[in-house]
Design a protein around this ligand. Structure first.
Ligand code: AMP
Ligand code: FE
Ligand code: FE
Ligand code: ZN
Length: 307
């Protein structure tokens, strides 16, 4: 069993790489990919921890990019490029590599977004939210993400957002921080193609994270069957080898359908839990939100062959 989608304290997870490697080892995972948002800064620490535990580490990252081929149409408004999450594996770690320069650019976009979001929240009465406070939560100003905003809002402004419960956390993303919320600030305009092109010749393998979250408004088996084959064909054409069909946030039935469609598209069904520690209380490493996720070891062999 493997887990190819996890987050550490280097982005919006609450476990350090060492804690993550320890839990993975205790669970008996054979391999893990640490896919922090916009950065591979966690790799070195994770590699040392995995080596101590005899666990195979796959280098990885998760980034938000724009997909212009499948624009999003919101009630009455003009269509806008869709924001999707992309996973990259076996990527170059040299900071001078073009792909790492793209990551640096995405981190700058994140910082600009974070500062705008702080200003917007302050305007709406949450004046105790500051970049300094968020950086204390995340440990580093570079790794601040929306889950840190959510935590800060519950800690500093319970009079506005109420007490933190799992339900209130989800509501906060709907009412405030999500794409339809009153404090939404989009992050980047970098197209998928620009990021994928920067990896040319490096052996990086791309997969699309939680594809149904990105491409479907409502998850029904009919919706999956009418939309996903087109999406998969287009992504394959644009350099993607994988689709995260084994996603820990979906049911076993949905995963089975997604694995079948991914195979039909001639692609690799990748998989992971999207573990974030305390920033996603309901999701376990390896087993996902559903608790019954099992990503087969063979998937990693296929990914290696696709390099
Ligand atoms: P950011 O990269 O800062 O824009 O934040 C995106 C992160 O926020 C995701 O990786 C998740 O960890 C979290 N997130 C996004 N949408 C939701 C949601 N609806 N509920 C809970 N967490 C979410
Ligand atoms: Fe995240
Ligand atoms: Fe994601
Ligand atoms: Zn993730």
């Amino acid at each position: 069993m493997i887990d190819l989608h996890t987050h550490s304290t280097f982005s919006d997870g609450s476990d350090t790489p060492a804690q993550l490697a320890q839990t993975a080892h205790d669970l008996g995972l054979s391999a893990i990919a640490l896919t922090d948002h916009d950065t591979t800064a966690s790799h070195e620490e994770m590699a040392a921890a995995c080596e101590r535990g005899g666990l195979e580490l796959v280098s990885g990252v998760e980034v938000s990019l724009r997909d212009h081929e499948f624009p999003r149409q919101r009630h009455g408004e003009p269509a806008i490029a869709r924001s999707v999450h992309v996973l990259a594996y076996f990527l170059p770690l040299d900071p001078a590599h073009p792909l790492q320069l793209k990551l640096a650019s995405l981190r700058r976009d994140r910082d600009v977004r974070n500062r705008k979001l702080v200003a917007l929240l302050q305007e709406q009465g949450l004046e105790r939210i500051t970049i300094d406070y968020l950086a204390t939560l995340s440990g580093n100003v570079d790794s601040i993400g929306r889950p840190h905003f959510a935590r800060a809002m519950f800690e500093l402004h319970p009079e506005i957002v109420g007490e933190r419960t799992d339900e209130a956390w989800n509501r906060l993303f709907i009412d405030w921080l999500g794409s339809e919320g009153r404090a939404y600030v989009p992050k980047t305009s970098m197209p998928i193609e620009e990021f994928v092109d920067s990896a040319k010749g490096s052996g990086t393998v791309f997969s699309i994270a939680h594809p149904l979250v990105n491409y479907l408004d409502a998850v029904t088996s009919q919706g999956i069957q009418s939309t996903m084959p087109r999406v998969m064909a287009s992504l394959r054409e644009r350099g993607f080898a994988g689709i995260e069909a084994y996603y820990g946030g979906t049911s076993a039935q949905t995963r089975a359908l997604m694995v079948k469609l991914t195979r039909d598209a001639g692609m690799i069904p990748t998989g992971g839990s999207d573990y974030h520690g305390h920033y996603k209380e309901d999701t376990s490493l390896g087993f996902g939100y559903s608790g019954d996720l099992r990503v087969p070891d063979e998937i990693l062999d296929e990914l290696k062959a696709a390099r």
